[in-house]
Design a protein around this ligand. Structure first.
Ligand code: ATP
Ligand code: MG
Ligand code: MG
Ligand code: MG
Length: 480
């Protein structure tokens, strides 16, 4: 019967017989083995009777090896923990060649650990990050379940490009070195598996809308794929998205839902990942100490998370934000890489982060973006006094992250929607099923997409999105 290290570290039942199994972290002075079994970040210390243990066995107790230990709980000789295990027998389950095992007991850089993503789970940092990720995923489901949302699984393979950004990975069984061709030389997809071109989904939204127009409120939570330049610290080629969609809801309902959800899941993590978040908090504090005083962040990770819970997000329109950015110091002094001169430009992450971190100093919900920079399905607002066209969109911007949520009230009016599709050269035949929702019992509805890894980034305090997903996918990398 194997016991978890997590439970043993709490106990004070000395003299009890126990068996633990785990991986060796360190073996000090041939006397104390620290092992970790993944149940927590802490190690339990095994006291070895050096004189009565065969030399051949001692040699095999190396960092990374998997071992089973039978022994009794004794009062710890070390500081900081209550119990050790006095070993009666040690069995090697799996050797680990000390010459070759890359995770030696020392501090490794995150860059190095990214190269050994298959082993980095065994570090405390990644133990904490993935426990936080797990808790957040669980909290997402709990939040929607409590509110009566139906969890929908939308397809991974689709024909449509919901975002119209042309960033899709093709799915095909054709031999692309020698594809069948039509008479005019085009690839003949009629011979392909689906008898048409198909892609990995970039978003479950369009299908989600269909379900919302029957169940009233649904959410999706699944992988999405974008063949975009994801050589940034915020983009992956494969990421997970949470997409609620609600019928009879307008933009304000949508903003409230998103804000409530973010607060709910952050609060859940704070309550359920105390040990992990404290560890990550301290990790960041150590990192901050290496920076010059004026570059250090004013708030610790835990302060930041608590601040988020106790403050209303700032709600501003795109038009107001542009005014702020145009007159802001970095814009005037040309310190922004992209200067904001004109109404209509899309914000870059430097602008988003300026609004959040420098100007409002809190999470911001930006609404009513120019129609030209947003997707076809967003609800068209009445043009403003100057005749400028906007849509009922909302993006939520977070400190250190920039955009974490993108959403909108959807265009439920068939004539407005088809007109916009025509203007944007989006073929209506391909989306006949989507347009049917507007033909049969159309109703106001709204929804958003939350990038799950950006949420994990924010809550864990990590700075590179490749460190919050187990096996990151990005250009020129699909090793693991
Ligand atoms: P960005 O402006 O950061 O490229 P986006 O506006 O293209 O994001 P949306 O289409 O609005 O993204 O997708 C909804 C959410 O999904 C975003 O708010 C973000 O949290 C997340 N997201 C988008 N693209 C990626 C990506 N490549 N990797 C990880 N998360 C992403
Ligand atoms: Mg993008
Ligand atoms: Mg964006
Ligand atoms: Mg967006």
């Amino acid at each position: 019967h194997r016991e978890k290290v997590k439970n043993l570290l709490e106990t004070e039942e000395f003299n009890r017989e126990v068996t633990v199994m785990g991986w060796v972290r360190t073996f000090r002075n041939n006397q104390f083995i620290a092992i970790n079994d993944g149940s927590c970040m802490g190690n339990i210390q095994i006291v070895v009777d050096f004189n009565n243990t065969p030399e051949a066995l001692l040699k095999r107790i190396t960092t990374g090896a998997a071992i089973a230990v039978k022994g009794t709980l004794v009062e710890s000789v070390g500081k900081g923990q209550k119990v050790d295990i006095k070993a009666e027998s040690i069995e090697i389950l799996g050797d680990s060649d000390p010459e070759k095992f890359p995770l030696q007991p020392k501090k490794h850089s995150l860059e190095f650990l990214r190269e050994i993503a298959h082993l980095r789970f065994r570090t405390n940092t990644f133990n904490a990050v993935f426990k936080v990720r797990h808790a957040l995923a669980f909290a997402v489901h709990q939040f929607y379940n409590e509110r009566g949302f139906v969890y929908m699984h939308t397809p991974i393979i689709t024909a449509s490009d919901a975002e119209g950004a042309g960033e899709m990975f093709k799915v095909t069984t054709l031999d692309l070195d020698n594809p069948p061709r039509t008479e005019d030389g085009q690839i003949d997809y009629s011979e392909d598996f689906f008898a048409r071109s198909a892609n990995l989904t970039v978003s479950g939204q369009l299908e989600g809308e269909l379900a919302a127009m029957a169940f009233g409120q649904i959410y999706t939570f699944g992988p999405t794929f974008r063949a975009e330049n994801s050589n940034t610290t915020r983009h992956l080629a494969e990421f997970w998205m949470i997409e609620p969609e609600v019928a009879f809801a307008d933009l304000e309902d949508n903003m409230n839902l998103a804000e409530d959800m973010l607060k709910y899941v952050i609060e859940y993590a704070l309550k359920n990942c105390k040990e992990e978040l404290e560890f990550l908090n301290n990790r960041l504090l150590e990192e901050e100490k290496t920076k010059p005083q004026n570059e250090r962040s004013e708030l610790s990770l835990l302060d930041k998370l608590n601040f988020c819970l106790t403050n209303d997000f700032e709600r501003v329109t795109y038009t107001e934000a542009i005014k702020i950015l145009k007159s802001s110091k970095p814009n005037q002094k040309k310190q922004f890489k992209y200067l904001i001169d004109e109404w209509g430009a899309d914000l870059q992450s430097e602008h988003e982060r300026f609004l959040v971190e420098k100007h409002f100093k809190k999470p911001v919900i930006l609404t009513d973006y120019p129609a030209d920079i947003k997707s076809f399905y967003m609800r068209q607002n009445e043009p403003d006094e100057q005749g400028r066209k906007t849509v009922a969109a909302m993006d939520i911007l977070f400190p250190g992250i920039g955009e974490i949520v993108g959403g909108s009230q959807r265009e439920e009016r068939l004539d407005k929607l088809t007109q916009r599709m025509e203007d944007m050269n989006i073929p209506q035949e391909e989306l006949w099923w989507f347009l049917d929702t507007r033909r049969f019992g159309s109703a106001p509805h709204s929804g958003f997409g939350l990038g799950f890894e950006r949420l994990v980034l924010f809550v864990s305090g990590m700075t590179n999105i490749r460190d919050v997903i187990a096996f990151p996918r990005f250009p020129k990398n699909a090793e693991f």
